[in-house]
Design a protein around this ligand. Structure first.
Ligand code: HEC
Ligand code: HEC
Length: 304
């Protein structure tokens, strides 16, 4: 029924289909009549071309008719078993979705246990397991490299997953949560709230953490602006807040670029990076393996 927005169309299509089949059967019956007894000679349609080209009026050959009946029988059988007659589902209740789900279930039954056995292992230990690492790397290559890069080092707006700088925290549970439910960064735009000058001052203050501010006066005014407007999310010390993914602004690691222009752009227009949720198409065990893989990448140096 899903393909028809009301039952009228389902019935109309089925009626046309059945009428066509009935028409084809009548045609075959009519055509197979009028067989002359053997030796009765031939009859012509009465047309002649070029004086001696004539058209015979012979009935259809048997073999042709038999093939024709066979295809009709096949067509009718098909329409009874499978969907095709309007909204009728067919005796077998087959559907593309049904077949897809069956195949997915079969694959899950076959391959699921291969993944599931990892679920019972501690993620930190799993991060060191070479086999889990290999599977994790393959899953990462399939699902994550478009955004985070094949080396997982990210790009502008897409965080590096191999370092110790985390927007939302780098503990196994937090990484798993990022993958499972996704994350939505929410840095509000300040272009309409603060004056251009104030934004420049806030940027000078932000630059001062990495010793790059060029105007101490501006930076100290920026400090007040920061305390009033920015500290709620980034913290009084500007070291960020993993609860809401507000980045640490003091570590000279930048998601959107650390030049003065980029920082002003971040403040003026805001930022809203989005990490998509993966729970709808990756099962728990695959997410677990991916989280272990990333935990392993980030801690490959022993947590330095
Ligand atoms: C469509 C692009 C996209 C895809 C695909 C994607 N990510 Fe992300 N991911 C992001 C963005 C953007 C962020 C940062 C969100 C923000 O700015 O708040 C992020 C954040 C993360 C974080 C949190 C990082 C931190 O610093 O806390 C983790 C972990 C992560 N992604 C892992 C993965 C894994 C594993 C996959 C593959 C299963 C994946 N991502 C696929 C775009 C993507
Ligand atoms: C509502 C919480 C919130 C407030 C208020 C806020 N920020 Fe942000 N800020 C964020 C979040 C969250 C991100 C990360 C956005 C993302 O992941 O896409 C961010 C990102 C940034 C970045 C980019 C960092 C990078 O690594 O590229 C800068 C710079 C920044 N904020 C400065 C400020 C300044 C200055 C103010 C005050 C004028 C401010 N923020 C106020 C939440 C906030």
């Amino acid at each position: 029924m899903a393909d028809f927005f009301n039952s009228f169309w389902g019935v109309a299509v089925a009626t046309v289909t059945i009428a066509s089949i009935a028409g084809l059967i009548c045609f075959a019956i009519v055509q197979s009549r009028g067989r002359r007894p053997p030796g009765a000679g031939t009859e012509t349609m009465g047309h002649t071309w070029d004086g001696d080209l004539e058209e015979y009026n012979n009935p259809l050959p048997r073999w042709w008719l038999n093939l024709y009946y066979l295809s009709l029988a096949f067509g009718i059988g098909y329409l009874l078993l499978y969907p095709g007659l309007g909204a009728y589902q067919g005796y077998k209740h087959w559907s593309q979705n049904g077949q897809y789900e069956e195949e997915v279930k079969k694959a899950r039954d076959t391959y699921g246990p291969l993944y599931d056995r990892f679920l019972h292992q501690d993620m930190k230990a799993l991060a060191k397991d070479p086999e889990a690492h290999k599977i994790g790397a393959r899953l990462f290559a399939t699902y994550c490299t478009v955004c985070h890069g094949s080396d997982a080092r990210g790009a502008r707006g897409f965080p590096n997953l191999t370092d110790h700088d985390w927007l939302y925290g780098g503990e196994p549970e937090q990484i798993k949560e990022s993958i499972t439910n996704g994350r939505q960064g929410g840095m509000p735009p300040w272009g309409e709230v603060l004056k251009k000058e104030e934004i420049a001052e806030a940027a000078q203050y932000v630059l001062s953490f990495s010793g790059r501010q060029t105007d101490a006066g501006m930076a100290s005014r920026g400090k007040e602006i920061f305390a009033k407007n920015c500290a709620v999310c980034h913290g009084q010390d500007a070291k960020g807040n993993p609860q809401i993914g507000a980045p640490n602004l003091t570590d000279d690691i930048w998601l959107y670029g650390g030049s003065k222009e980029r920082i002003i752009e971040s403040i003026t227009f805001g930022r809203s990076g989005q990490m998509p949720a993966h729970k709808n198409f990756l099962d728990e065990a695959k997410i677990y393996l991916l989280a272990a893989y990333i935990y392993g990448l980030s801690n490959a140096d022993g947590g330095k």
